[in-house]
Ligand binder design. Sequence first.
Ligand code: NZQ
Ligand code: ZN
Length: 390
Amino acid sequence: MTSIFNPFTLQIPTKILFGRGRSAELPGHMRPYGRRVLLVYGGGSIKKTGLYAHICELLKDFEVFELSGVDPSPRITSVNAGGRLCREQHIDMVLAVGGGSVLDCCKLICDAALYEGDAWDLVLDPAKIKGALPLFAVLTLAATGSDFNCGAGITSLERKEKRDVIVPCNYPKVSVLDPALTMTVSRRQTAAGCADIISHVLEQYLVGGSAMLTDGLCEALLRTVIKFGPRAVENGEDYCARTNLLWASSLACSGLCALGSESSVWPAHAIEHEVAAYFDCTHGESLAVLTPVLLRLTLNEKSAPRYAALARAVFGVKERDDFAAARAGIKALQDLFAALGLPGRLSALGVDDRSQFAAMARHVCANKPLHEAFVALDEALVLELLQQSF
Ligand code: NZQ
Ligand code: ZN
């Protein structure tokens, strides 16, 4: 493993309001941007939890328009509907209230508000994004880090495609992170969120050269999820666990975990996007299945020392031999996912048609530089991975 420190650029313009009750401060931050707000949320959890009523009260001095029903793995159809609403109603700003899906959808709505055509054009070619409405967010689920980054994953089930759009104008202006708002997240979604956070760190940590300081951050984040993930799954109202997971989720996907290190092509996420596009599975659950299989398939002379370092630093593995340590680490990761109640196979996630795997492997290799992964992946290896994950 090479210790390096590559040059980097970092600019995270998002203001984070972290802690209980911080949403009360939102109106003050929003007021300078106008009065007409598009409030966007998902399938109704915010109504059940009472957050919707609270937000409406907060926005009583604004003119509020609404878009609801944003799906997990948000669809381009919601983006187009939101963009149209913004243009027709001369919306000044967007307020996302929900998990990563609502936030991601809103990022593209903010872009689509300034674009007359089909928003899928923007997903295919983000250079066409010429600006965005201001975005504010109240996050309700610890997983994606969408509150603290400028990325968004958008799906077109019709085209069988899920793509990431990463543009600097999509950083939220302000994100409210109130751990209390995550206490109603189900066991299943809490566990999926933990797997997602872990995957975000591993995607950036498992590279050929990294900065020691950044490694330390990655390892601390992983240890945090290992400690508090099971506690939050066991008792959703464990405020301390929810707090730690929430901040871990933001840091893990903020870019900080890659500073100074070699860049990564995020192979697990690339393959997960195929699974989501073809079978509409839950993001974190797919990652929990794919990641251990990916690590096993890519364990070789080159990767063994790095995988072993992970196992020793994070899972307390004592094996001196790198291969043995790496295998023990992968097993510990799989055991953690099982302890969180996460499914171990794609077939348990609703993936029911293996005949699609070849097309998925072909598609991902044609669109993502997986040959540049820490251990290069080709179509045959991705196909093998999908088969073994089934
Ligand atoms: O839709 P509602 O009714 O709100 O219910 C949601 C949804 O069913 C529910 N939920 C959210 N907060 C809740 C709650 N239920 C009870 N109490 C609460 N407080 O949880 C379900 C899942 O929500 P979703 O937003 O889909 O989950 P998550 O935050 O895991 O987001 C997943 C999406 O984010 C993308 C993924 O690809 C996926 O589409 N990602 C975004 C990233 C980014 N922007 O940087 C990075 C990630 O790698 C990820 O790709
Ligand atoms: Zn993810």
